[in-house]
Design a protein. Structure first.
Length: 218
């Protein structure tokens, strides 16, 4: 089984991807990681991708799809988080999965922009340990100094201007995928209320995918 996560940044896709990978063995695919792996191994695809990156250009969709196809050969179940980002990418991935007779389910993380902004802009991170705090949901220590003495930082992509840009890009490039995958001729689209707790969202996703209740196995 293959799964595609769809939703805005900050919707909780990464957290749920880790749960599915740990509990149910779905392998989370990152196009960035796959490209880096091919470059390190010196494959023809890696060399071709590097030639674009060296020029500062985006790697074309057909190369990314070829890298994905190569990776799928060793995986009985894959989880796509962060890809596809555009309708052309979705169309190309759709053709690949249908050609390989790999049915898939799309999980749409439904959450409003106001909460997304609050989730992202309020995050503070310990750069040494990766420990994450949130001004509302899990407040950082007074003075934003962690217990190990490390000053907390706000990542560049969590700052207000960056968050606005990320949401603008999502609306223009990725949000149209909701209508694309909503077409009954394609994979199954399941909408999940991403404002619920991590545990409740996990339960809904597990049920939608036909897995045992995640919470019961954690």
């Amino acid at each position: 089984m293959d799964v595609i996560f769809l939703g805005p940044p900050g919707a909780g896709k990464g957290t749920q991807a880790q749960i599915l990978e740990k509990i149910h063995g779905l392998h989370q695919l990152s196009t960035g990681d796959m490209l880096r792996k091919n470059r390190m191994e010196g494959t023809e695809l890696g060399k071709l991708a590097q030639s674009y990156m060296d020029r500062g250009d985006l790697v074309p969709d057909d190369i990314i799809i070829a890298v994905v196809e190569k990776e799928l050969e060793r995986l009985p179940g894959a989880l796509f988080d962060g890809f596809p980002r555009t309708v052309p990418q979705a169309e190309a991935l759709d053709k690949l999965l249908h050609r390989k007779n790999r049915p898939y389910t799309v999980i749409l993380f439904d959450v409003g922009e106001h909460l997304i902004r609050e989730r992202l802009i309020g995050r503070w991170v310990n750069p040494k340990t990766g420990r994450v705090f949130h001004e509302r949901f899990s407040p950082p220590p007074d003075g934003k100094i962690d217990t190990d003495g490390t000053p907390l930082i706000q990542r560049e992509d969590d700052k207000p201007e960056a968050v606005r840009h990320r949401l603008d890009v999502y609306r223009k490039q990725t949000e149209p995928l909701i209508a694309y995958y909503g077409d009954a001729r394609r994979g199954r689209l399941v909408k999940v209320d991403a404002t619920e707790s991590v545990e409740n969202v996990s339960k809904v996703i597990a049920h939608a995918l036909g897995f045992q209740d995640v919470a019961a196995t954690q």
